[in-house]
Structure formats: structure tokens, C-alpha cells
Design a protein around this ligand. Sequence first.
Ligand code: FE2
Length: 286
Amino acid sequence: MTKKTRKLADIITAFGTSDGSGVKLKRCISRRRQDLLDPFILLDEFCTDNPDDYIGGFPEHPHRGFETVTYMLAGAMRHRDHMGNEGHLKPGSVQWMTAAHGVIHSEMPEQEQGRLHGFQLWINLPASEKMKPPHYQEFGAEMIPVVPLADGAYVKVIAGEFISDSGKVTGPVTGVATRPLYFDVLLTEGQDIHIPVGEQQTVLIYVYEGDLNVDDSDNSLTEGQLGLLMPGTDIELKTRGYDCRFLVLAASPIGEPVVQSGPFVMNTHEEIEQAFRDYRDGRLTL
Ligand code: FE2
């Protein structure tokens, strides 16, 4: 297979907003880009030292038709759902929730002071998976492989395979319809990294600290920016100056119509109306 390095196609800058009960967020996937970003629906970063910005949390709310992925860097969240499942998301842990037919849950900070920092990614499901029973994959920091690089840099492999000269490392999240990669990377000053990716996949880079060059272009990604990459087999990333921390996200596009309304992501308006009716009548969950 001929190697083709992916170039930067577009930069989406996060905007400040709030969700849940007043949780302040940086949000950087918007609905007008959903076709290009297929199967990604939304990426939120919450990062604050001020409890007023997060203490309200995300009280009980529904989801249907997609997956939510919560990855914590600092602080802790308590998760409870309609099935009696309870999870404690600590720093470095990931919760991969396949909401599918329906989940009603709450996500509340489990601290009254200190920093809360993490991400929530929404990934769509194909029509054939949208009405299946919901399920979870949860992994603590100790379950997520860390590939060390020079100078203290690293790649944390949450989902998918990270392939380098030293071999292949596979993340603990498995069995996801869109075959995602989810890496959390730290590069130090002047470092670069090469990551093979699926040629047909949608690839995004989200920088949450520092600046990053993509394929030696003059356009760098800076803190709070999401880069959408053009098609290709490989990505080449290099820091500009200081340390840089970023997420590498890739997944296979689904290629189906996307109709979203709030916490429901379906294929048609009729299915969205059905989801609202089911939620109202207590039939969202199985
Ligand atoms: Fe939620």
C-alpha cells in the first residue's frame, strides 16, 4: 500500500458554552460539520478549577442512537443510570457508553473543589445498532496501556491499535461498530510522531495544550482547536516549541443520514419523534 500522509483539511475552533446544570465547556463539533465528521457528532472539553463551573453536573437525562465516551484527566465523576449501574470515573479512566436503544443517566462531579478536566466524545452508531440494548465498557487508568516515547513523552492507547517501530499496542476498548482509534498523546518540545491510520477513516486531532504542526504545513493547531485531516494512510505531527498534549481520534464513517435533536441521534425525523415519545411514555429504555 502506498503511504500517503494526511494533510490538514479544516480547523474547527472550540466555542465556550454550558450544558447540563451550568457546566462550562469548550465544544468543538457542530451540527453543520456532521457530514464531514461522520461518525463523530460532538466533542466537549471541560477544564476548570472553579467549582461554580461544574458543581451542577449533568443531572438525569436520556440518550438514544449513539455512544458517549467520557475520558477524565483530573477530578472525578459519579455516573448512575436507569438500570442501577453506577460508575466512578477517576483521573485517567474512560467510560465508553453505547447508549443504543436508550439510557437515562446522570453524570455528577464527585468533588466540591479542585480541578475537573476531561472530555466527552459522541460517536454515531449505524442504523443496525441504534436500537440494540445499551452496554458499557469502563477502564481505570491502570488498564490503559501507555507507550513511552523519548523525553517523557507518551501515547495512551484507549481504543484501537497504536503501531510503531517497537510493535503494536492495543487499547482495552473493543467491539465498537465504527472501529475507533482514541489516543491521548504528550509530545515534548521539538518532538514528532508518526501514526498509521485507516485510509478510509475520518481522522481528527484535538489539541488541549500547546501547539502542533500537521504534516509540516504552516497551519498549526493550537489549544482548543480540532483539526480535520484529509484522506491518507498516515499522520505526521510535530510540536511547535513547548510541550503539546492532544487527542487523536479516528473512526469509520457510517454514510447514513444523521438527524439529531438534543440527546437523540437517529436517521430520520420520525425516529427522533419516536424517541421523544418513548422518553415521555417511559419506553426509551428496554
Ligand atoms: Fe449523558
